[in-house]
Design a protein around this ligand. Structure first.
Ligand SMILES: Cc1ncc(COP(=O)(O)O)c(C=O)c1O
Length: 402
């Protein structure tokens, strides 16, 4: 028997099989009502439009679209993305924008260019599971900072950064998801946004703003993106996965010139370029105004599902003071906090037996925590499934409360 372990790099040795991913596999069982994944509603995918545009691109630019493309991305798509950002108050030249193979690659490339073994990254507590995995792969240590209903607690953030600096471990960057955060659904208010920028300036740090859900606002007023408040210290990553479709695996990243140039070099070694064919289709999709239409279609469907889920939580959950949930103004998720004596992971097995699934809170805590919380996705399940699924979840919580 060959011992393969000895061949692995230091990075690979640090990569552990995620128990959470194993748990998530259970949520794929047939017949289950899943609030677990972060999947968009497939019935809203613009299949007909994509079909027509695929034909159009093949006929008009087939030879270019099927060829390798530039690492930075197809120019016509980047032009559209620059315009899109401009509408959101972000003024960035095209050279400072790169197309990525969705935002997960953006996270990986950021890990690649910034992280040395043992480096500290400041994140939310909770934060996106995939970001923890991406940064862990480069040997990073995450330091989670608690959130409240207005986003990351900036006093704590300041204190924790200072503590790290005092022991000679200055963090590399601050990772935030300011809009409809995954997993909590919480949006950072303006005061906190400004404060985070101030902290980054004070300690000379970079901020990574992950924005997959920003365009999916159902109600309320949008706060300015961090990159519009400070274009020298913020790198922002975006994706088409939630606002259009994840199957194209396309996203983009904007930030300071020198950093984007480094990301381009790092990406060359990763995949040379993101699929040009998909990029040509998307460029035309946006040019024809179809993305805007698609986003408003998604917003109304998800708003309805979110309201419905909130309604059903109210209806089926026992009335307990320490049982709460967030009321997001957009995005894909809401976050349920149960009384401290209920262990969400222990309950999970029972939930799956009853054919309903969620993601346990611990998945999103880089250090510890989340034992009595879980994330519910409201975009994927149908209205009927939401009704039945929340009913089953409510019954489970009632039983565990006895
Ligand atoms: C905060 C956040 N970042 C990044 C991603 C990665 O998505 P994708 O690679 O499909 O763009 C997700 C997916 O759920 C996410 O929630």
């Amino acid at each position: 028997m060959i011992n393969y372990e000895k061949f692995f790099s230091l990075n690979a040795k640090g990569m552990k099989k995620s128990e959470i991913r194993e748990l998530l596999k259970l949520t794929n069982k047939p017949g289950i009502i899943s609030f677990a994944g972060g999947l968009p509603a497939p019935d809203l995918f613009p299949v007909e439009e994509i079909k027509e545009l695929t034909q159009y691109v093949l006929e008009k630019e087939g030879r270019k679209a099927l060829q390798y493309g530039e690492t930075e991305g197809v120019y016509s798509l980047r032009e559209q993305l620059v315009k899109l950002l401009k509408e959101d108050g972000i003024d960035i030249p095209i050279e400072q924008l790169i197309v990525t193979t969705s935002s997960q690659q953006g996270l990986d490339l950021i890990g690649k260019i910034f992280v040395d073994h043992g480096d500290i990254i400041m994140t939310g507590n909770p934060t996106y599971l995939g970001a923890i995995q991406a940064f862990n792969a480069y040997g990073a240590k995450m330091k989670g900072v608690e959130l409240d209903n207005n986003g990351m607690n900036t006093e704590l953030l300041d204190r924790e950064i200072k503590k790290s600096i005092d022991i000679g471990k200055k963090p590399k960057f601050i990772y935030v998801i300011p809009d409809f955060q995954n997993p909590s659904g919480i949006t950072m208010n303006l005061e906190r946004r400004k404060k985070i920028i101030e902290i980054a300036e004070k300690y000379d740090l970079i901020i990574l703003e992950d924005s997959p859900y920003r365009q999916l606002r159902f109600e309320g007023e949008a706060e300015p993106p961090l990159i519009s408040l400070n274009s020298e210290r913020v790198i922002s990553i975006y994706t088409f996965s939630k606002i259009l479709l994840p199957g194209f695996r396309l996203g983009w990243m904007a930030g300071p010139d020198e950093l984007i140039q480094k990301v381009i070099i790092a990406k060359q070694a990763t995949d040379l370029c993101s699929p040009p064919f998909n990029q040509y289709i998307l460029a035309e999709f946006i040019k024809r105004g179809l993305l805007k239409k698609q986003i408003s279609k998604i917003i109304s469907a998800y708003r309805e599902k979110k309201d419905f889920m909130l309604d059903k939580l109210q209806k089926y959950m026992p009335k307990l003071e320490s049982l709460t949930w967030t009321t997001p103004e957009g995005g894909l998720f809401l976050w349920v906090t149960l009384p401290k004596y209920m262990d969400i992971t222990e309950m999970f097995e029972q939930a799956v037996k009853r054919n309903v699934a969620y993601v346990v809170g611990t998945a999103f805590y880089p250090n510890e925590g989340g034992n009595n919380s879980c994330r519910l996705n409201f975009s994927y399940a149908s209205i009927e499934q939401i009704d039945e699924g929340i009913k089953r979840f409510g019954e489970l919580v009632r039983e565990w409360n006895k």
